[in-house]
Structure formats: C-alpha cells, structure tokens
Design a protein around this ligand. Structure first.
Ligand SMILES: [Zn+2]
Ligand SMILES: [Zn+2]
Length: 112
C-alpha cells in the first residue's frame, strides 16, 4: 500500500510504501511523487487503522531529509517532521500544535 504524505518544509507531496505486519503497519520507503500523480493514483481509496512504526529502511522525507513524520489531528494527512520538533504545523490545513505520541493511526492508501 502507498500513502501520500506532505513535506512540512517544501509542501511537496511524497509517497510512503507501507507493509502490513500482523495488526501493525510498517513504513518501509519514501519516494518523491508529483502532485498530479498523487491525485490521479487515488491513494486514498483504502482506509485502514493501526499502529505504525518506521522500518530501518525508511529513508526519511525525500524532499528535506526529516527522518520521521506526524499525522495531522485535523485533516489526518501525514507530514514529515524532524524527531526533535515539538511544535508542528500542517502544511495542508494550517493546524498547529504540540506533537503527541499515538499508537493508532488512520491510514488511507492505494495499491501500488
Ligand atoms: Zn520534508
Ligand atoms: Zn492538517
């Protein structure tokens, strides 16, 4: 499955390949994707939820190199983030707030 995330710095989209491991989801890889293909591919067709963790292969944001991510509490988009960041701002909806740890996420993704 692929989910679409957005870079907090550049506001550009990127794709994350997700592997299901039991009841959890592993973020395997991240790659640049164009805005038009992010729309066209329909990456929001499948909705699942569960815990997510980064695999050791997860390369970080392909645009700015930030090694982790957060999910916006408002619009549910995934956005790249540096691990030391305490306050984050969603580039999609402008929601700003402190990062909190969660163990369940809602994922919308499409087939590869
Ligand atoms: Zn980024
Ligand atoms: Zn948002």
């Amino acid at each position: 499955m692929v989910v679409i995330a957005t870079c907090q710095q550049s506001r550009l989209p990127f794709g994350i390949t997700v592997r299901r491991v039991g009841k959890e989801y592993e973020f395997n890889w991240a790659f640049k994707i164009s805005k038009s293909s992010a729309k066209r591919e329909g990456f929001d067709r499948n909705k699942v939820s569960g815990n997510i963790y980064n695999a050791s292969t997860y390369p970080g944001c392909p645009h700015c190199g930030a090694t982790t991510w957060f999910q916006c509490g408002k619009c549910k988009r995934f956005v790249c983030m540096r691990p030391e960041q305490k306050i984050v701002r969603c580039p999609i909806c402008g929601n700003e707030g402190e990062v909190s740890v969660a163990d369940s996420f809602d994922l919308s993704g499409g087939d590869m």
